[in-house]
Design a protein around this ligand. Sequence first.
Ligand SMILES: Cc1cc2nc3c(=O)[nH]c(=O)nc-3n(C[C@H](O)[C@H](O)[C@H](O)COP(=O)(O)OP(=O)(O)OC[C@H]3O[C@@H](n4cnc5c(N)ncnc54)[C@H](O)[C@@H]3O)c2cc1C
Ligand SMILES: *[C@@H]1O[C@H](CO)[C@@H](O)[C@H](O)[C@H]1NC(C)=O
Ligand SMILES: *[C@@H]1O[C@H](CO)[C@@H](O)[C@H](O)[C@H]1NC(C)=O
Ligand SMILES: *[C@@H]1O[C@H](CO)[C@@H](O)[C@H](O)[C@H]1NC(C)=O
Ligand SMILES: *[C@@H]1O[C@H](CO)[C@@H](O)[C@H](O)[C@H]1NC(C)=O
Ligand SMILES: *[C@@H]1O[C@H](CO)[C@@H](O)[C@H](O)[C@H]1NC(C)=O
Ligand SMILES: *[C@@H]1O[C@H](CO)[C@@H](O)[C@H](O)[C@H]1NC(C)=O
Ligand SMILES: *[C@@H]1O[C@H](CO)[C@@H](O)[C@H](O)[C@H]1NC(C)=O
Ligand SMILES: *[C@@H]1O[C@H](CO)[C@@H](O)[C@H](O)[C@H]1NC(C)=O
Length: 383
Amino acid sequence: MGLRIVTLLSVFLSLWALAVAESIPKTDYDVIVVGGGPSGLSALSGVSRVRRTALLFDNQEYRNAPTRNMHDVIGNDGTPPAEFRALAREQILKYPTAHIKNATVKSITPIGNAEVSVFSVVDASGKNYTARKVVLGTGMRDVLPNTPGMEEGWGKGIFWCPWCDGYEHRDQPFGIIGNLSDVLGSVLEVNTQFSDIIAFVNGTQTRAGEAQATASHEDWEEQLKAWNVKIENRTIASIERIQDGETHQNKTADLQFDKFLVHFTTGEPIERNAFITNFASVQRSSLPYQMHLNVSREKITVDTSGMRTNLTGVYAVGDANSDGSTNVPHAMFSGKKAAVYLHDSASKISKRTGLTPRELEKEANRAIGRNLEPQWEKVQKRN
Ligand SMILES: Cc1cc2nc3c(=O)[nH]c(=O)nc-3n(C[C@H](O)[C@H](O)[C@H](O)COP(=O)(O)OP(=O)(O)OC[C@H]3O[C@@H](n4cnc5c(N)ncnc54)[C@H](O)[C@@H]3O)c2cc1C
Ligand SMILES: *[C@@H]1O[C@H](CO)[C@@H](O)[C@H](O)[C@H]1NC(C)=O
Ligand SMILES: *[C@@H]1O[C@H](CO)[C@@H](O)[C@H](O)[C@H]1NC(C)=O
Ligand SMILES: *[C@@H]1O[C@H](CO)[C@@H](O)[C@H](O)[C@H]1NC(C)=O
Ligand SMILES: *[C@@H]1O[C@H](CO)[C@@H](O)[C@H](O)[C@H]1NC(C)=O
Ligand SMILES: *[C@@H]1O[C@H](CO)[C@@H](O)[C@H](O)[C@H]1NC(C)=O
Ligand SMILES: *[C@@H]1O[C@H](CO)[C@@H](O)[C@H](O)[C@H]1NC(C)=O
Ligand SMILES: *[C@@H]1O[C@H](CO)[C@@H](O)[C@H](O)[C@H]1NC(C)=O
Ligand SMILES: *[C@@H]1O[C@H](CO)[C@@H](O)[C@H](O)[C@H]1NC(C)=O
């Protein structure tokens, strides 16, 4: 009885697998990953370990490129980002199914059908590649004001994330750069690291600016007083570096001594060692828009159980997705999550044919996916 069920089941599954195989076009790769930051590399690692064929594109514009050291990534605290990526590439490329290309992806077009996802991916040289799944780890770009000195100081004394860079400047004279309504939020993030704080609000302490601050924190003024934060409302003209923490460091104490002068359109400059900023960030790549993915407030909306976008077969990982987290550990986590999800779901569309009954049975077992595994095991046990 049990045997008959198994036989029927495997015949059915074999036929189904063959039928599906017929309708599945052969693609160059199982997976194409766009992005060679920690999210894309993590996705590539995950799929390569289970021998999926994969090609990663990287045009080498990384969000943390300007920073001296990467922090809060356990086992790699203080590693320069380029060193971290190079080691990741070296380790991943030992898997024969993993490939990396330093090139820009220009377009991604779905060419599959309702049953099977297939994508055509065209790079800057016009080369056309196909894959069944696409992972976007294309990242975000910080929109800095064109204030002279801002870009030069970015990631090297001027930062945006208290976990990334604050500790090396702890207890030094500190500045917050941003609109009045953003100041209290920054203070609450850095008050364990700094006590001498000036907020450079660049002319936003107006009626409207105060109303905006009140809308987010009723008692913002009292709180800033309590934290002893001074507000500097003059218009910022430039930021001049007068000392470089690259060369002025105490490595034993993990301290970097950058020093800057903030110049205004009027009056005397003010000296500070480090700053936290409040600037906007946007999608680095236009691909999410070109592909008509759901992008909401500059983030690609994903279902976080598998990092799936609203286009079947396309996953978004790292800073670019709507997971609400922008750091290296999240980039790695989300890349890994997408890799696991797409591997399991891709198993359902195997294109292998001409297998022996035993291989087909295994294939079918794989093909039914994890949800049916308990039932399958029950049938096998009875057998
Ligand atoms: C100054 C600074 C310091 C930071 N320090 C830290 C830190 O210490 N610790 C920490 O955890 N986080 C830090 N971060 C945050 C960290 O940089 C990001 O969270 C992380 O880089 C996100 O990884 P990602 O893979 O999503 O994107 P990214 O690392 O930005 O990578 C995006 C990738 O996509 C590629 N790409 C985009 N479009 C295309 C295309 N069309 N074709 C081909 N390739 C494309 C880019 O070239 C790049 O390879 C810092 C950020 C900044 C700005
Ligand atoms: C791609 O870029 C990496 C990192 O910058 C570099 O090490 C590698 O040599 C480049 N590969 C090619 C083929 O240019
Ligand atoms: C890329 O190749 C695929 C498969 O051959 C084809 O369907 C698609 O139209 C091509 N795309 C472009 C932009 O040439
Ligand atoms: C300061 O405000 C001026 C005028 O509104 C603006 O052009 C400039 O980009 C701002 N600078 C910073 C650092 O926000
Ligand atoms: C802050 O600067 C703006 C722009 O120069 C100005 O309109 C406003 O009156 C200033 N606020 C205070 C409290 O001085
Ligand atoms: C560096 O920091 C260590 C530990 O705090 C301290 O003992 C040492 O004197 C410092 N070195 C210099 C040159 O300031
Ligand atoms: C800061 O305020 C200015 C002027 O009101 C506005 O144009 C800008 O978008 C604000 N910046 C942020 C990051 O909210
Ligand atoms: C797009 O994403 C937003 C925000 O995550 C969500 O509210 C909306 O329902 C989504 N729309 C579609 C068509 O998926
Ligand atoms: C994804 O969401 C966007 C924005 O809501 C929408 O325009 C697009 O048609 C959706 N795509 C699919 C395949 O549903």
